[in-house]
Write a protein that binds this ligand. Structure first.
Ligand code: SF4
Ligand code: SF4
Length: 427
């Protein structure tokens, strides 16, 4: 029987592009905290090589290097002169490790919820009820989920965002464009105000917004943890809804979802096909079609700013700074457009954040499972934000919002740029 490859060919080739120069090391937020070679991107690329070539066993210890010393932030990829996609290698090894050692039952249960809108809606409703009945600051203040203080995790939306909007929102006058809106799980269950702002701003720009009700989790948090089978279900569900040639764009309000839909779907489908999964040409073509239409909502607004109604000069000045989410700035190379949106708002006094593109330390479940390292990385970020004396931290990723707001001076509001734009449009 032929030997089963550890990694798909288009992932495995990254191993041979690494020249071991070490330029990625200084950019790795985890290495900066733990200072061990196996925590460096270079170290994990070399481990991947030995695993792939069969000279190293995927032991529990090796597995741990891929889970406990990596946020999958993409900083190493963005700073590698040879174009090595460490993120693809590391998530590929995590998948094989998950197949061999299984995934913690709590994580597996969370992924099953994320992959099912019905189950997730019921769980959010139950979670909201339980928090009201059994919660309260006197209990939650003392509870931590890893690095997160439970009292400062936002409450679930009263209803999922998708239940509060029609499937198609049409502007009052001339239609300038027609877009699909992928709102992701965070907006749907935690940050409904971001969804409201996206729909309101786009409508005021004369954009028809289609919000498919049955959209699924983007799948990125699931496949980054090695649960590719469940992630594949999400991918297939989303391709049926979002791979449409008859729209001008697919707008996304979350950096992580955007990076998944734009960068990862086609790659992952190819990878799985090379490893024997039944993936059709049509599915890969659909993923490529969708990827070409994905736009972060701030990019879409910046490209069409002439459609924005006149913004009235605001009252008091508002000091605002901006944090670059890793999946936006490193994954999608987007940094100017969210700043352009913020700077165009009358009354905003924009101040640049030192280390704006440094990772926030969240990394999804990383902050729950590796609290000490995560907390140290987040503390650097919040200290920089507080030093700017900003009243608002803007960011395009609800995941970064959740992490940073949990540790930040509560007097500083954490908002999506589109929420500030909406406030300006509505006076
Ligand atoms: S991954 Fe890239 S930056 Fe890091 S050692 Fe290899 S070639 Fe150098
Ligand atoms: S993805 Fe981020 S955390 Fe992981 S090795 Fe690369 S730079 Fe370090």
């Amino acid at each position: 029987m032929a030997k089963q490859e550890l990694l798909g060919e288009n992932t495995r080739e990254n191993i041979y592009h690494c020249i071991k120069c070490g330029l990625c090391i200084a950019h790795c937020p985890v290495y900066k905290e733990v200072l061990k070679e196996e925590a460096t991107p270079r170290g994990k690329v070399q481990l991947s090589r030995h695993l792939s070539e069969g000279s190293l066993e995927l032991s529990e210890e090796v597995k741990e290097a891929f889970f406990s010393t990596c946020l999958l932030c993409g900083s190493c990829v963005a700073n590698c002169p040879s174009g090595v996609h460490g993120d693809h290698l590391f998530s590929g090894v995590r998948w094989r490790a998950a197949q061999r050692y299984g995934i913690d039952w709590k994580k597996r249960m969370m992924f099953q919820l994320l992959a099912s809108k019905w189950k997730m809606s019921k769980s959010a409703f139950f979670g909201k009820w339980a928090r009201k009945v059994f919660g309260g600051p006197w209990i939650e203040d003392k509870l931590n989920a890893g690095a997160l203080n439970v009292a400062r995790v936002p409450a679930f939306n009263e209803q999922p965002f998708s239940d509060t909007v029609p499937e198609v929102v049409r502007p009052a006058g001339k239609v300038n464009a027609r877009v699909l809106y992928f709102h992701g799980c965070a907006t749907n269950y935690l940050y409904g105000a971001i969804g409201d702002a996206v729909v309101d701003v786009l409508k005021k720009m004369g954009v028809e917004v289609i919000i498919p009700k049955e959209q699924s989790c983007c799948g990125l948090p699931i496949f980054m943890s090695g649960e590719r089978e469940t992630a594949l279900t999400c991918i297939r569900d989303n391709l049926k809804l979002f791979a449409r040639p008859d729209v001008d764009a697919v707008v996304v309000d979350c950096a992580t979802c955007g990076a998944a839909l734009k960068n990862e779907y086609a790659h992952l489908l190819r990878d799985l096909r090379q490893l024997g999964e039944a993936v059709s040409d049509a599915e890969i073509a659909a993923a490529e079609l969708m990827a070409a239409k994905i736009k972060d909502v701030t990019v879409f607004i910046d490209e069409h700013k002439e459609w924005l109604p006149q913004l009235k000069a605001g009252g008091a000045k508002l000091r605002v700074t901006y944090h670059d989410p890793c999946h936006l700035v490193k994954g999608m190379k987007i940094s100017a457009q969210p700043r352009n949106v913020l700077k165009a708002i009358p009354g905003v006094e924009y101040v640049e954040l030192p280390g704006a593109n440094d990772c926030c330390g969240g990394g999804g479940s990383f902050q729950v499972e590796h609290a000490e390292v995560s907390r140290k990385i987040t503390k650097r970020k919040t200290a920089n934000i507080e030093a700017t004396k900003a009243q608002v931290l803007a960011t395009c990723c609800p995941g970064c919002n959740l992490t940073i707001a949990n540790h930040l001076d509560p007097a500083i509001r954490v908002l999506h740029p589109v929420q500030l734009l909406r406030e300006a449009l509505n006076g």
